[in-house]
Write a protein that binds this ligand. Structure first.
Ligand code: AHR
Length: 540
């Protein structure tokens, strides 16, 4: 940028020929970014638990009491704070009592996902369809302890009673030696309570979780959640929120809970939201199957359409928050986005047993990054989020089959963004020309650069997504409110929009160093097309 013309804005001098500008406003904190928005979701579906997390104690694959060691090691690298389990839809047909006690005596049941049309091909495949219950509450809690994550359990509201919910809490949380269930837990090697704080009250209760109306669900929610034993634990109860941005579901539920007969349970602090980017039909159909795109076969328009679909999370957060605030005027209840990510048609799963398994390209890495940036920008609204799902499923961080194991580009995004956990979000202005493209012969646009910033002590983490497929963004960055001592950069990018990691090429998409320069108190950086970047800015 030598010889560039100069323009003035505030105290610093902008180069006129920069493509984009970013201003991080150190004096405008937005709130603390809850580490829990970097959570993961694991369901008993396809290859997530069996083949993914659980390889079994006798396996030749390195494991810790049956849990895949390589997975644990890599989850620790990204500081996974919380893991949701056992579903998803599976949760509302799961009896937790089947998954405790001596493993060889546990009953074998039909897995919920037997109903899925993908499962038709799997009937002879055992675990994915006929649940062995080898992995139950004890094994899940062990998994959490190994990865140093908090457990987030989803309770069955469709097909178990409220008493069963109480008893699951009792099994997990009653003090050593206090109850018969505490003794059962001790017999399995866990005398001390699990102290599970986070409890989901049903899952997608408008659909697979009971097909309730909001009023019916509100009534069930009251029954299931009032007077749960607490054992001195600050329980956090999460209600089953809308399908996407279904405002009606949230209005009617909150009206029932907050109007008329009072419901005053301070443990109700979370409202779940699910947002899948699944309709890539460009408005041509709403058919669940026909609308889906492909994980690997796509063109540049599909690239932008997928990012646009994921980007809807911003509006969902604003709209849901606004509706909730009409009833919960002090905003005690925060948003918990416990399922999100792209959802493609079947066909790219690495093994036929991996129902909903799909490949993960650099496009998905950008989708995940822009979603995490959105959470970072809304720290007072979003308190928890879990990516759907951790391994061998929709927006996976890992793919594994038997002894083969790889990290996807999504893992690298979580690694790059981990520095935001617990940081103080800062208002940040992005100014860049929109990407322009043609969709079905009509002009279309998408933002040219976006991201988020947070501060921890004297380090500012700035993450940036450049969605444009061809334009390197010559970018200048100013930090308002401090001077910069030094800066370093990392980037995840590929010149091939279909790039992904595979068992044969596990490192096809990897982060690299991003050159950055300091000049005139500003940061100058070339942000490559189709990339996710992170800058570590040291103040001083
Ligand atoms: O993540 C897969 C499924 O998607 C979950 O089980 C369900 O909650 C959602 O519909």
């Amino acid at each position: 940028m030598a010889g560039a013309m100069l323009a003035f804005s505030g105290a610093k001098v902008w180069a006129k020929d920069a493509d984009a500008r970013i201003e991080v406003l150190l004096d405008e904190p937005l709130g603390e970014i809850s580490p829990n928005i970097y959570g993961q979701f694991t369901e008993h579906i396809g290859g997530v638990i069996y083949d993914g997390v659980w390889v079994g104690e006798g396996s030749k694959i390195p494991n810790d009491h049956g849990i895949r060691s390589q997975l644990v090691a890599m989850m620790k690298q990204i500081h996974v704070p919380v893991i949701r389990w056992p579903g998803g839809c599976f949760a509302d047909s799961y009896d937790w009592k089947d998954g405790i006690g001596e493993p060889s005596k546990r009953p074998r049941r039909t897995n919920f996902w037997e109903v899925d049309r993908d499962a038709v091909r799997l009937h002879e495949k055992g675990l994915q369809i006929f649940e062995s219950n080898a992995f139950g509450t004890n094994e899940f809690v062990r998994f959490c302890r190994l990865t140093e994550a908090q457990p987030y359990l989803a309770a069955n509201l469709r097909s178990l009673s409220a008493l069963d919910f109480d008893r699951w809490v009792e099994y997990c949380n009653s003090p050593a030696g206090s109850t018969t269930l505490a003794e059962l837990r001790a017999n399995a090697g866990y005398p001390e309570p699990f102290n599970v704080r986070y409890w989901g009250v049903g899952n997608e209760s408008w659909g697979c979780g009971g097909n309730f109306t909001p009023e019916q669900y509100a009534s069930e929610f009251r029954r299931y959640t009032d007077w749960i034993p607490s054992y001195g634990i600050d329980l956090q109860l999460i209600g089953s929120g809308p399908n996407g941005n279904d405002i009606d579901w949230t209005h009617r539920f909150f009206e029932q809970i907050y109007s008329g007969h009072t419901y005053n349970n301070p443990s109700f602090t979370g409202w779940s939201v699910h947002h899948y980017a699944s309709n890539l039909s460009r408005g041509k159909t709403t058919d669940w199957i026909a609308a889906k795109g492909d994980a690997l076969q796509f063109d540049s328009v599909d690239w932008y359409e997928l990012l646009r679909e994921c980007n809807r999370i911003e509006q969902i957060i604003q709209d849901q928050w606004s509706v909730m605030g009409q009833y919960d005027t002090h905003h005690r209840v925060k948003l918990v986005v416990d399922e999100y990510g792209p959802w493609y048609r079947e066909g790219t799963e690495l093994d036929p047993t991996h129902i909903f398994g799909q490949q993960v390209t650099v496009r998905d890495a950008l989708a995940t990054a822009l979603t995490l940036d959105t959470f970072n920008r809304n720290p007072e609204k979003v308190r928890m989020a879990t990516c759907a799902q951790l391994i061998n499923n929709l927006n996976a961080l890992f793919l594994a089959h038997e002894e083969h194991f790889i990290a996807t580009p999504n893992f690298h995004v979580f690694a790059m963004y981990a520095a935001h956990q617990g940081g103080h979000a800062l208002r940040t202005e992005f100014s860049a020309p929109d990407v322009q493209y043609t969709r079905d012969d009509k002009p279309a646009r998408f933002w040219g650069l976006n991201g988020s910033a947070s501060r921890k002590g004297e380090i500012v983490t700035l993450t940036i997504v450049n969605p444009g497929l061809s334009r390197t963004m010559e970018t200048q960055i100013a930090l308002r409110g401090s001077t910069i001592a030094r800066v370093s950069g990392t980037v995840l990018a590929s010149s091939d929009m279909h790039a992904h990691n595979s068992f044969d090429q596990p490192n096809a998409v990897m982060p690299a160093t991003l050159p950055v320069a300091l000049g005139g108190g500003l940061i100058n950086v070339s942000i490559p097309p189709a990339s996710v970047a992170r800058l570590d800015v040291f103040l001083g």
